[in-house]
Design a protein around this ligand. Structure first.
Ligand code: GDP
Ligand code: IMO
Ligand code: MG
Length: 423
């Protein structure tokens, strides 16, 4: 097995950053394929804690090549800040960070539109990083791409026509001020100059590497239920965070991908609005939020928490073709007397094993639970599967059985080292 995709199987923040860091040792290149700096991927190495938003989590491994693929939306300002942060902590990216010339660029009018829509229209609870409006421009064929920042004429023409349209929307629909051309043109030409050394044809780079039998890890951002097609639409992000996105978001054929690994939190969390059938009541919510430090890595917002939902993860196994599962944050359940697993939903007068598409059914879905005894023991220092308490093993076995998918790795703490294989 050489090329793997690692994706989130719930609503994001499953611990992908940690898992990708662990798997990065075994590969040559790590490629992000969708999303943008709405992602927040945490990697903890001893006392050092890194949060990556745009640059692949593999960057912390010396010598590994990192690619930001064509499917990613790139905020050049955020990219430069992240590069600076890494350099200030002794991690050099030059010569091993590559940004697709086809990646679309997030501009200030995208942030502004994202913010206004959040305030004036129905709330999604976005990160307000301009992700949705940037992808909307891409699909509407108005987008400005990384390569355009390197061509004064193309940038002038595209920026002018975008500003004509966006400024009319700002003034006529929302009654707010728009953006002047000159300052923005100068600023983004400047970013072009500064990121020029990273911009290249990453499709050729990746396919060339595959020909030479190099191993690629495709890093998913967000999670399956936030996928624009397969998630809880419209409470989703604006890209394909599922495994299929790895192919379209990098220009690597699906037949070159050998394995899909799903990262699954031992319970469930979600940030932002939208249906969440297994959401806890207030007491348990606060307890697990504190124990699991469930606050957004990008926005700092408190995450909503709930029981493990096998309807959600079963859906993820199906739409991603998950071969293997990594379970994270098992330790967060250490103190509980009993633990619930959602095995199906009641909606539309019946009991169902599949996630409904209808918004009202999603919002009203009532979880059907089975209950297992907790293990009431600290698992954070455990380094082998055999040492896990019996009830923790039973919990994992039950999840594996319900999902009919192998659990291969277990994580019991945020550090790189707090990870061990299931067998
Ligand atoms: P990502 O977006 O999927 O990369 O996840 P985030 O980094 O946004 O959130 C996961 C959080 O859980 C981070 O703070 C991690 O350091 C932390 N974490 C990861 N794995 C574990 C684990 O097994 N146990 C505990 N207690 N924390 C973990
Ligand atoms: P990682 O990669 C969790 C959520 C937002 C909001 C919705 C749309 O760290 O798992 P957007 O700004 O993308 O238009 O917001 O998606 N969201 C995430 N939730 N983890 C993420 O990324 C997320 N990225 C976006 O909270 O509900
Ligand atoms: Mg995150």
């Amino acid at each position: 097995m050489s090329n793997i995709v690692i994706i989130g199987a719930q609503w994001g923040d499953e611990g992908k950053g940690k898992v990708i860091d662990v798997y990065s040792r075994k590969v040559d290149m790590i490629a992000r394929y969708q999303g943008g700096n709405n992602a927040g991927h945490t990697v903890v190495i001893g006392k050092d804690r890194f949060i990556l938003h745009l640059i692949p989590s593999g960057i912390l491994h010396k010598g590994k090549m990192c690619v930001i693929g064509n499917g990613v939306v790139v905020d050049p300002k955020a990219l430069l800040e992240e590069i600076k942060m890494l350099q200030s902590r002794g991690i050099d990216v030059d010569g091993r960070l590559f940004v697709s010339e086809e990646a679309h660029i997030i501009l200030p009018y995208h942030w502004k539109l994202d913010g206004i829509k959040e305030e004036k229209k129905g709330r999604i609870g976005t990160t307000k990083k301009g992700i949705g409006p940037c992808y909307a421009d891409k699909v509407a064929r108005n987008g400005i791409r990384a390569v355009d920042l390197l061509n004064r004429d193309v940038l002038r023409q595209k920026l002018q026509s975008n500003l004509d349209e966006k400024n009319a929307i700002f003034s006529k629909i929302y009654g707010v001020e728009g953006f002047g051309f000159d300052a923005l043109y100068k600023e983004y030409l400047g970013y072009g100059e500064r990121i020029k050394k990273y911009i290249c044809n990453t499709t050729v780079l990746l396919n060339g590497a595959i020909k030479k039998r190099k191993k690629i890890l495709f890093e998913g951002a967000q999670g399956t239920l936030l996928d624009v097609d397969h998630g809880t639409y419209p409470f989703v992000t604006s890209s394909n965070s599922t495994a299929g996105g790895a192919s379209t978001g990098t220009g690597v054929g699906p037949n070159k991908i050998d394995k899909v690994i799903g990262v699954v939190k031992a319970y469930t969390t979600r940030v932002g609005e939208g249906p969440f059938p297994t959401e806890f009541g207030p007491d348990l919510m606060e307890r697990i939020r504190q124990k699991g430090k469930e606050f957004g890595a990008t926005t700092g917002r408190p995450r909503r928490c709930g029981w493990f939902d096998s309807v959600v993860v079963g859906h993820a196994v199906m739409v991603n073709g998950i071969d293997e599962i990594v379970i994270t944050k098992l330790d967060v359940l250490d103190d509980l007397e009993t633990i619930k697993i959602c095995i199906s939903y009641k909606y539309n007068g019946g009991v169902h094993k599949h996630f409904p598409a209808d918004m009202q059914a999603q919002a009203g879905a009532e979880p059907v639970y089975e209950e297992l005894p907790g293990w009431k023991a600290d698992t954070t220092g455990i380094t082998t599967y055999s040492k896990l308490p019996k009830n923790a093993k039973n919990y994992l076995k039950r999840i594996q059985y319900i999902l009919n998918t192998k659990i291969v790795l277990i994580s019991v703490g945020s550090d790189r080292k707090q990870t061990f294989p299931k067998y």
